[in-house]
Design a protein around this ligand. Structure first.
Ligand code: ZN
Length: 244
């Protein structure tokens, strides 16, 4: 995953910043409520929500955005924390901050009380498990559980290993594990990382195909979700004639 902001020139960044900040401040005249969520503005600008948060929170130097990995994750969290702090300073209630940023209220708590994620990292480190196969430490998941196998013993998650059958099985396993059906956002690791530790922990716990893998297997992400969750009796398989 990387940032598309990194590819934009300074003029484009300035223009996007102006739009993002204006829309973030805009209210609906009738209610006085904010007119746009972070996701709305991100969609308007063709950016990720966290990139939009970066534009709103401060002056963005595209060259200073880390290319990938932990540094990028830290940067993403930092801009979400900055926006949370700004709204908190304006006495916006926790639930409203959560809905404007598109994360759960628990994630807002985490942004406030563990802004750098250091406490959460330490917590997970202390609760790591032991790999069943090689004895190396494994990742802590949640609710007292850790992975059975370490990263090097786990089967690869390369999209080419998915088949239509294993993808459908994995999506149903997700629903059974977490009690709700995944959206394409839930399946996208970059988006999960922007949304917070809960979303990432789910992806670490149940291995699921990415939206890209669903596109490859089923033609589109929604088609993959439909294949896994819709009652086939209601939706006859599409026949010939609509292939392109
Ligand atoms: Zn191992």
């Amino acid at each position: 995953m990387s940032s598309t902001l990194r590819d934009r020139d300074p003029d484009e960044i300035r223009a996007a910043t102006r739009i993002a900040r204006a829309q973030w401040q805009e209210t609906t005249p009738a209610t006085g409520e904010p007119a746009y969520t972070l996701a709305d503005i991100a969609a308007n600008l063709g950016l990720e929500p966290w990139e939009t948060a970066a534009l709103i929170a401060g002056d963005v130097d595209p060259a200073a955005i880390p290319a990938s990995g932990r540094a990028l994750a830290a940067y993403r969290r930092q801009v979400m924390v900055a926006l949370t702090e700004a709204l908190t300073a304006q006495r916006v209630p926790r639930g409203q901050i959560a809905s404007r940023l598109g994360v759960s209220p628990r994630t807002i708590d985490a942004y406030r009380y563990d802004p750098t994620n250091a406490k959460h990292r330490e917590f997970r480190l202390l609760r790591r498990g032991t790999c069943r196969r090689c004895g190396r430490p494994t990742t802590y998941l949640r609710k007292g559980r850790s992975s059975a196998l370490c990263a090097s013993c786990r089967p690869t998650s390369a999209p080419s290993t998915w088949t239509r059958e294993t993808a459908v099985q994995a999506l149903r396993e997700w629903e059974q594990t977490f009690g709700f059906r995944p959206t394409l956002q839930d399946l996208d690791r970059a988006r999960a990382q922007a949304r917070g530790p809960d979303a990432v922990a789910r992806l670490d716990q149940v291995r699921v195909p990415s939206p890209r893998a669903l596109r490859r297997l089923f033609g589109s992400g929604p088609a993959g979700l439909q294949e896994a969750f819709d009652d086939p009796a209601d939706h006859p398989q599409p026949g010939g004639g609509d292939t392109d």
